[in-house]
Design a protein around this ligand. Structure first.
Ligand code: FES
Length: 228
């Protein structure tokens, strides 16, 4: 069990939670979080937002019972973390666009800390979240809110790589946008998960190479391989 040292609301139903301890994890990987005994049955998979020497940070959205419980945790409350799990983003070199929609911005912070030469394109329903934090570690930060989508403000051909996470229609559109260009894209799928470790097949996704487990083979895949 670990201790929560920060857990605060930052807007758009999202919370930022920091947990004390020494943790491992690469960009795009996730942990299974649990702060209850029996119910809900399943732990919650949450991607790593940031990691440093003595803490790990998660950015999560309240979407159900489990995340509701997480949002009520106070400083010094305890939480169980298992991980890191999954296959994250590959480290790429060149000009990179990080494209996040809603809670999909969560894993891109650690990516921006690990990859040089990044621009960020972040999309939100109403208000922008953590814009200043991303500005500190990205060359440029572009925000889309309301009726404007990140896909409207991004010129994919300016970039060698696009690393994205967010709603499936957004990622599917981005994959289509890079078709026929030299730009490569990695997507982080948000399929529903149960065990998180490759045992239950709940998270199965279809790729050109057959069915894959989102929790283990992904959540990050090359966009051209995914059958949306
Ligand atoms: Fe169980 Fe992926 S969540 S196999």
């Amino acid at each position: 069990m670990y201790k929560v040292c920060e857990n605060r609301y930052i807007g758009e139903d999202m919370y930022l939670m920091k947990v004390e301890g020494k943790f491992e994890g690469k960009m795009g990987q996730f942990y299974m979080l649990r702060a209850w005994d029996m119910f809900p049955l399943l732990s919650r998979p949450i991607s790593i937002h940031d990691i440093d020497e003595d803490s790990i940070t998660f950015l999560y959205k309240v979407v159900g019972e489990g995340t509701q419980i997480l949002s009520k945790l106070k400083i010094d409350d305890t939480i169980k973390l298992e991980g890191p799990y999954g296959t994250g983003y590959e480290k790429v070199e060149g000009k990179v666009a990080l494209v996040g929609g809603g809670i999909g911005i969560a894993p891109l912070y650690l990516v921006a800390k690990n990859i040089e030469n990044c621009d960020a394109y972040l999309g939100f329903r109403n208000e922008s979240i953590l814009e200043d934090e991303y500005k500190k570690i990205c060359n440029e930060v572009h925000i889309a809110t309301g009726n404007t989508f990140v896909t409207d403000i991004l010129d994919v051909e300016k970039y060698d790589y696009i690393l994205t996470c967010g709603p499936t229609p957004m990622m599917e559109k981005l994959v289509k946008m890079v078709e026929g260009t030299n730009t490569k894209i990695m997507v982080s799928l948000e399929n529903h998960m149960a065990c998180g470790v490759g045992a239950c097949l709940v998270c199965t996704c279809q790729t050109k190479f057959g069915n894959k487990k989102t929790c283990k083979d992904g959540p990050v895949f090359w966009g051209e391989d995914v059958m949306f």
